[in-house]
Ligand binder design. Structure first.
Ligand code: ATP
Ligand code: FE
Length: 337
């Protein structure tokens, strides 16, 4: 069957067409309008989605070679995300489903990030994790350790009690005067810096939970004190600051992941979400995997940040299970399903 996936939870408008588990097309329109604001402006995001959604869907359909009338179901991101953004994708999906008289499938954005691991590329050797596996989901809005028992059965066993890992990257990057989003910039500069140049406070927190707001504060105060002595401190030490910050975040993330894998006796470990693009995290995980004898899975870059391919594959599994929603389904800004 052909499935159309729609993603509009934050600032990327995306549409994808799948044939069962195989990707035929995945189009993403990014939004430049937020660049000058140092973060996503919700009102501007919804307006841009409204402009982008039709062209993006048209392009995805064209590229796939599938006619709109041959789509069997439309899957959309119902939440979590920005309400105004979610409404655009949700309304589009409802209109499309109504026009073509096909079922509507709602998708949890966080499940979708995890299920990105099952996207099949045509004519490729597609390896994917076996259930149960652990997935470290690290993005701009979330940091979670997810125990994945089945396509639709996931248990969040640990999560951040304040900021997400991506937020920690972005906020600290902002303090150093780097453009938004700062994560990729920190990654780039960290490659030439010394990860042990500076030490920042690591949180002491129970179970498999995370906390990143303390790190952000410790980073800020550290810089404030140093700048008093040397106004040029950030410029002079940017690479070392980035490397040390990244090293600290990666250590925090991997320590809890290791603890969870040990306790649950699980050796298949996956990364998901935008921060899984981070080279320090990827290298750190691979090193840990050798020591722990883990089999690891890291999605293709295009499937780590927000995209509709992960929504379409999630939609496919729900379609297969006959799990549809009515047209009165409203989006959720926070996780409630
Ligand atoms: P959520 O999925 O929780 O709603 P989101 O969809 O906004 O949040 P993603 O698009 O998955 O988040 O990820 C964006 C985040 O990933 C940003 O915080 C960005 O800085 C971070 N990021 C992207 N690339 C890198 C990198 N190479 N190193 C560190 N962080 C990165
Ligand atoms: Fe996301």
């Amino acid at each position: 069957v052909y499935i159309l996936g729609i993603e509009s939870s934050c600032d990327d408008t995306s549409a994808a067409v799948f044939k069962d588990e195989t990707i035929l097309s995945n189009r993403v329109a990014n939004q430049d309008v937020h660049k000058d604001f140092g973060g996503v402006v919700p009102e501007l995001a919804s307006r841009a989605h409204q402009q982008n959604i039709i062209p993006v869907v048209d392009k995805a359909l064209k590229e796939s070679g599938v006619k709109a009338c041959d789509i069997a179901a439309v899957a959309f991101t119902r939440g979590p995300g920005l309400m105004g953004s979610l409404l655009v994708g949700t309304s589009f999906a409802k209109g499309f489903a109504l026009a073509h008289d096909i079922p509507l499938v709602d998708v949890n954005h966080l499940h979708a990030h995890v299920l990105a691991h099952f996207i099949k590329e045509p004519d490729q050797d597609n390896k994917h994790p076996e259930f149960p596996f652990l997935c470290l989901l690290v993005s701009g809005g979330n940091s979670q350790i997810v125990l994945v028992k089945d396509y639709m059965n996931m248990e969040v066993i640990g999560q951040t009690i304040d900021d997400a890992a991506g937020e920690a990257f972005d906020k600290c990057a902002k303090v150093m005067g780097l453009p938004y989003p700062g994560g990729p910039w920190v990654d780039k500069l960290a490659k030439e810096g010394d990860p042990h140049a500076f030490q920042f406070a690591k949180p002491k927190i129970k179970n498999y939970d995370y906390s990143f707001s303390g790190l952000k504060t410790s980073f800020l105060y550290f810089l404030r004190d140093r700048i008093k002595e040397d106004p040029n401190f950030i410029e002079a030490h940017k690479k070392d600051l980035c490397a040390s910050l990244q090293h600290t975040i990666v250590e925090i993330l991997l320590n809890k992941l290791e603890k969870a894998a040990d306790d649950l006796n699980i050796s298949q470990v996956a990364l998901a979400g935008g921060v899984s693009a981070n080279s320090g995290l990827r290298i750190g995980l691979e090193k840990l995997a050798v020591r722990k004898n883990w089999i690891t899975f890291i999605p293709k870059f295009a499937y780590t940040t927000d995209n509709a391919a992960m929504v379409a594959i999630s939609g496919y599994y729900k379609y297969r299970a006959g799990d549809f929603v009515n047209h009165d389904a409203a989006p959720f800004s926070r996780v409630v399903f």
